[in-house]
Design a binder for this molecule. Structure first.
Ligand code: PEP
Ligand code: MG
Length: 300
């Protein structure tokens, strides 16, 4: 079994009839970037940078060093998600008041936009600087409406201009969003022209769609990651005219892979260890077969 999967390491993700579906990896550290290279990931679709903030927010220089190291190890596309902190993920040194409903609270991009000097700008500066030499991309978490992306882009523009006026080289870095709220999912077409790509965070999207706290053991089983509601949302996301990836857990689920691809997903980002398996699953059916499966599952 393990040996079987070896052959997929050097190959891109492809359906049985040769449609390229990129298989990327999710990472949270340099060690995992190394692992992603070893397992044959075609890029990193989600770098969870909040893992770097366990002892407090890292400085711009510290972030620049780590992003550069990760990008150098990879030598392939690196999607850096800006800090998804707040609510239930406290960061030492950042005083965020305790919240009754942290998943509906001051988290992700909301916090970043409200605390730009502390949270957002140093991270953006670090990413733009690495962008001068590597293919790094910015991904914004917990987006709800286009206005938030407009505000984030204004700050990114500001960071770029400040770096240039300091004589520091910056790259042209593409900008995408996580689609993990039903609001963003059903209105993704409204983000056209604002963003270069979208990546579905199914962990949160499922939690918000089925009103099931992802950390609450009493209700966990009531969520339907592959339910009709999830699939219809994903189908709608794929019709928005924006390239779509999935980076939530569903992307590495054997049963989900053909359905996601059949709905129009172009990239799957999964735990490094699952990369070869996902490539094999992709190779077992044609794109048309996957589309048919998706059509039946979505019951439209
Ligand atoms: C998700 O919500 O699916 C996701 C990939 O982000 P995280 O699990 O880090 O919230
Ligand atoms: Mg999420």
């Amino acid at each position: 079994e393990k040996q079987d999967l070896e052959v997929y390491r050097e190959r891109p993700g492809k359906t049985a009839d040769g449609v390229h579906i990129e298989v990327f990896a999710n990472i949270g550290s340099l060690a995992e970037a190394q692992k992603a290279v070893e397992t044959g990931a075609e890029g990193v679709g989600l770098f969870r940078t909040e893992f770097l903030a366990a002892q407090g927010l890292p400085t711009e220089e510290a972030q620049y060093a780590i992003y550069k190291d990760v990008a150098s190890v990879l030598q392939r596309p690196l999607v850096i998600r800006t800090f998804d902190i707040g609510g239930d993920k406290p960061v030492p040194g950042l005083d965020i008041p305790e919240e009754g409903n942290p998943f509906l609270g001051w988290r992700g991009l909301r916090l970043a936009l409200d605390r730009p000097k502390e949270v957002f700008l140093p991270q953006i500066r670090a990413i733009l600087r690495v962008g001068a030499t590597h293919d790094v991309r910015i991904m914004l978490p917990m987006v709800v409406v286009p206005e938030e992306v407009e505000a984030a882009k204004a700050l990114i523009k500001q960071a770029r201009q400040e770096l240039l006026s300091e004589g520091k080289p910056v790259g042209n870095v593409s900008i995408g969003i996580m689609v993990e709220t039903p609001a963003a999912a059903v209105t993704l077409d409204q983000f056209r022209g604002l963003i270069d790509f979208a990546s579905i965070g199914t962990n949160d999207l499922v939690q918000y769609t089925y009103a099931v706290d992802r950390t609450n053991a009493h209700v966990k089983d009531r969520a339907r990651p592959l339910g009709v509601a999830t699939l219809r949302l994903i189908g709608q996301i794929c019709r928005a005219g924006i390239p779509v990836a999935v980076c939530g857990q569903l992307a590495g689920d054997i049963e989900a892979v053909p359905l996601l691809v059949g709905l129009g997903v172009q990239e799957l980002s999964v735990a490094p260890a699952r990369v070869p398996l996902v490539k094999r699953i992709l190779s077992e059916k044609t794109w048309g077969e996957m589309q048919l499966m998706a059509k039946q599952a979505i019951r439209e």
